[in-house]
Design a protein around this ligand. Structure first.
Ligand code: NAI
Length: 325
């Protein structure tokens, strides 16, 4: 058998992890032959609940799970990690302003950035799920100066998957046939699902649907407000679909996408698509050999330009509130 991969997961006692942990343990990230060690982090107040989750994981007797560590110490949780799912964050409480939310989360991701810097493997792959995901990922990177910045990403995949499903339903096509879809920007209602290059079975999806008004006035807000719609319907936030998207993101990064585009929040260097450097922004990538690569040379029309700039502006404001720069 292969040596086990160490997977660190934060927010382990929360809703998303109640789905995520069991799928990782089953082999959905690395595959059915790769043993794993789960290194679970939550806050001291959640240790009781985490113990219950641990008991359930044990009761599944997953053959791939070699060991499970549960702790409230980020350094212990991140030690020698190969992959990190940073799901835990502070949700907005009643009366909390956006700036306060950004500030408390900046504090969490500062501590975790230091732990990442000190404890994780240098080639570890990091996905930040906890909101505000893009800016939390940026804070993490700022406090992990010795850790490769390109290995820190934020989750746009849930938005990407929502975008695919909405297009598939409208166009009467299968999700698996859709190529070249991308969600740009921040994981927030300003994100921009871009279908200008999207094709299915050799045809442009925009031509199949042939309804630009539906795209602009229905599809884009539907994807942007999907999280709120699920809370409204379910009385609880999207957890299983968020976990599924996090698995897709990490699975594809590790195993490759066969040339298919996926959306990932990645660090920007100021050289592509008029997006300034020093942000973590949703962009189209392909993955191969354990690395992601930005899709280059996409044409950006006036509408896309306006929509991308709007979301990038919000990322800059969040950076200012979280990092003061
Ligand atoms: P939840 O509230 O059920 O669980 C969060 C867990 O994180 C709790 O167990 C909490 O104790 C823990 N936590 C808080 N601070 C922590 C810290 N400093 N270190 C370790 N653990 C900590 O929330 P849920 O539903 O699991 O969602 C988690 C996050 O994911 C939220 O921020 C949510 O907004 C975000 N999210 C992001 C999505 C995306 O597309 N990027 C999609 C859906 C949710």
């Amino acid at each position: 058998t292969l040596p086990a991969k160490r997977i660190a997961i934060t927010g382990a006692a929360g809703q998303i992890c109640y789905s995520l942990l069991f799928r990782i343990a089953k082999g959905d990230v690395y595959g059915p032959d790769q043993p794993v060690i789960l290194q679970l982090l939550d806050i001291p107040q959640a240790m009781g609940a985490l113990k219950g989750v641990l008991m359930e994981l044990e009761d599944c007797a997953f053959p791939l799970v070699e060991e499970i560590i549960a702790t409230d110490d980020p350094v212990e949780a991140f030690k020698d990690a190969d992959a990190l799912f940073l799901v835990g964050s502070r949700p907005r409480s009643k009366g909390m302003e956006r700036a306060d939310l950004l500030a408390v989360n900046a504090e969490i991701f500062k501590v975790q950035g230091k732990a990442l810097n000190d404890a994780a493997k240098r080639d570890a792959k990091v996905i930040v799920v906890g909101n505000p995901a893009n800016t939390n990922a940026l804070t993490l990177a700022e406090h992990a100066p010795d850790f490769p910045r390109e290995n820190i990403t934020a989750m746009l995949r849930l938005d990407h998957n929502r975008f695919l499903s909405q297009m598939a339903a409208k166009a009467g096509i299968a999700v698996r046939d859709i190529e070249k879809a991308v969600v740009w920007g921040n994981h927030s209602p300003t994100m921009f699902p871009d279908w200008s290059n999207t094709v299915a079975n050799g045809k442009k999806v925009a031509d199949i649907v042939d309804d630009e008004t539906w795209y602009r006035d229905t599809l884009i807000p539907t994807v942007g407000k999907r999280g709120a719609a699920i809370i409204e319907a379910r009385g609880a936030s999207s957890a299983a679909s968020a976990a599924s998207a996090a698995i897709d993101h990490m699975h594809d990064w590790i195993n490759g996408t066969d040339g298919k585009w996926v959306s990932m929040g990645i660090p920007t260097d100021g050289t592509a698509y008029g997006i300034p450097e020093g942000l973590i922004c949703g962009m189209p990538v392909t993955c191969e050999g354990g690395k992601y690569k930005l899709v280059e040379g996409i044409e950006i029309d006036d509408y896309a330009r306006k929509m991308i700039d709007l979301s990038v502006e919000e990322l800059k404001e969040e950076r200012q509130a979280a990092l003061g720069k």
